[in-house]
Design a protein around this ligand. Sequence first.
Ligand SMILES: *Cc1c(COP(=O)(O)O)cnc(C)c1O
Length: 453
Amino acid sequence: MKNKKRYERPIIKQLNTGLMNKFGTRTEYMPVTHIDGVPVKKLIEDYGSPVFVLSERKIRENFKSAKRIFETRYPKVQFAWSYKTNYLNAVCNVYHQEGSWAEVVSIFEYKKAIQNGVSPNKILFNGPDKTNEDLILAIKNDSPIHIDHLDELYRLIELADEMHKKPRVAIRVNMDTGVYPMWDRFGFNYENGQAWDAINKIMASNKLNLIGLHCHIGTYMLAPYAYGVAANKMADLALGIKKRFNKSITYIDMGGGFASKNTLKGAAQIGADIVPEISQFAEAISTSLLNAGFETDDLPYLYLETGRALIDDAGFLLGSVISNKRLSDGRRAVIMDFGVNILFTSFWYNHKISPAQKFSHYTEDCVLYGPLCMNIDVVRENISLPPLQSGDRVVVHHVGAYNITQSMQFIALRPAVVMIDMEGTPHIIKSSETVDDVEKNERMPKHLESFKL
Ligand SMILES: *Cc1c(COP(=O)(O)O)cnc(C)c1O
């Protein structure tokens, strides 16, 4: 009987909703019945369930606000939309209308930006995987090429020679910003001299036009000071280039990575309460750059490739309850019609989820499952929600970044994406997938065409 569990008598305890208690916090009190004035019910009726909804108003507001925040602190600012964060063409074009250039990390994204009509000299070409063919296209187009490693640098020197053209390049720099683990996998390291080595090789070759310096120090960064440190190190390189080669670089690109207001799993407080404001990042960066010692007429442009912080809260996923069940351990489980295949960020965020209809004050802890026939399809391990009935609708918040681009066609077809415009009119910007869409690239060998059962 040694292993017999200790008896603990049951307790009855009054809970205060909204406060921290032994069952966790309740963060979702209010029903969210409308998005930008359009009823959730209507959106689901018209476009199906689940459905992604993006608010054009919020996207523009966020962008304008970030632009103002940076431009009031630093005189020369240029944003470039990070395509991988959300590259639906309608979304990209909202940013381009606002004056944003394009930031791409593959030839696929590069071609998308071209097709959207971005002039190629306003497409920042990042990423470790650029083939010679890709580089030739970018050189012809005069796109800024951000060099990731020495092999790419040498290939560029060769291609420049063959093409009798001086490619416009920047190097990607990684560095110790005091935030660990350090992102040192991309680009050339600052502390160990790799960055200088790359700069010296570029300048010695006389075949490449070094126009900028690029870094992207991490993603979902919660520490503004890290950007201050990074901007200092970038400025130090730029000033060193000026001193050694009497060359002024055009820009310092500080990348993206500002945290969005989502809540990381395991975080003690919800994201909305602890995530720094964009102004704090802007303050750290502009202070470093302005105090670094550039001549006033020789200040480099500040480029920003902000992704998630600009769009996460402009995206919603609307879905419906399929069923309710009790698990064998007594927990309540709710099965939703959206799963982790379209909500990729649920692997690291605890998204805010609101019921879309009125409910009583009573709540209960439950686990939220998706519809996939897979054990990993858990949207939330534990969330406090009012009892939901089959057919009830919910709104998942802060899903604008990375869910659509990383969604996976698996078991189920992917849903439509709708954008609500500035007047409150919804537009389909991506139709829901069909069986034909999924099978479009399949080919059937002759001998497999028929069978008898
Ligand atoms: C992903 C990425 C970004 C955008 O990052 P966010 O965390 O979404 O702001 C910007 N620049 C580069 C090079 C990237 O790879």
